[in-house]
Design a protein around this ligand. Structure first.
Ligand SMILES: Cc1cc2nc3c(=O)[nH]c(=O)nc-3n(C[C@H](O)[C@H](O)[C@H](O)COP(=O)(O)O)c2cc1C
Length: 201
């Protein structure tokens, strides 16, 4: 029989990584809606603003490749993110589109996943974890940045993270356009992304 403290310690956890520098922008609002969906399912969440972290881009030292380890030689705040990702059951990344691609903060995060990709492109992320994405953009054409968005998700998946779902929330510019909270379609989808993240097919 599972003791109460054992089952409590098995509570699922999801890391939500925010690539927007804005603490009250559309990206955070949608990420918090996904968080609500997760919490409704009893899943613990940890929300991290990548912008708050001190982390450099990948230094191409190839420490992880030379030693064949899923560890990074660059000792900065990304170490904490690697640990958080290892111990999480799933991940959500939410980022605005800047100049047709993810923000610089989000791109640094992606580059620093290098230790989780083997030289032969074998995935090195432990376990099988789902990842879903929330993208926000000003442009009203949802498909305008589809190619860089798909490439970003594909590259993330090389680590072994399983791409589950994504939302492209368009026609958004906090303070200049109607607030995202009024866009039911996006809020509902963000909630669904959270609710269903850990569901297996
Ligand atoms: C530096 C910068 C570059 C941007 N580049 C684009 C872009 O290329 N395409 C686009 O549709 N929106 C672009 N935007 C708009 C943001 O993607 C959009 O407003 C997004 O919802 C912002 O998210 P936030 O409210 O969380 O800050 C840009 C915004 C900034 C500040």
């Amino acid at each position: 029989m599972v003791k109460p403290e054992e089952s409590a310690s098995k509570k699922k956890k999801v890391a939500i990584l925010i690539g927007s520098p804005r603490r009250n922008g559309s990206t955070v609002i949608l990420a918090q809606e996904a968080e609500r969906g997760l919490n409704e399912r009893g899943i613990e969440t940890e929300l991290v603003f990548l912008n708050d972290l001190k982390m450099r881009g990948c230094q191409a030292c190839y420490y992880c490749k030379k030693h064949d380890v899923a560890e990074c030689a660059v000792k900065d705040d990304m170490q904490g993110i690697h640990q958080l990702m290892r111990e999480s059951d799933g991940i959500i990344v939410a980022t605005p589109i800047y100049f047709g691609d993810v923000t610089a903060q989000t791109k640094i995060w992606l580059d620093r996943l290098f230790p989780f990709i083997g030289m032969d492109l074998s995935p090195k992320m432990p376990g099988s974890k789902n990842i879903s994405f929330i993208f926000t953009q000003n442009q009203p054409d949802e498909r305008l940045f589809e190619t860089p968005i798909r490439t970003f998700m594909h590259m993330t998946g090389l680590t072994g993270l399983v791409v589950k779902d994504y939302l492209i929330a368009y026609d958004l510019d906090a303070g200049y356009k109607p607030p995202v909270i009024e866009k039911k379609e996006f809020m509902d989808k963000a909630n669904k992304i959270g609710r269903e993240l850990l569901e297996q097919p």
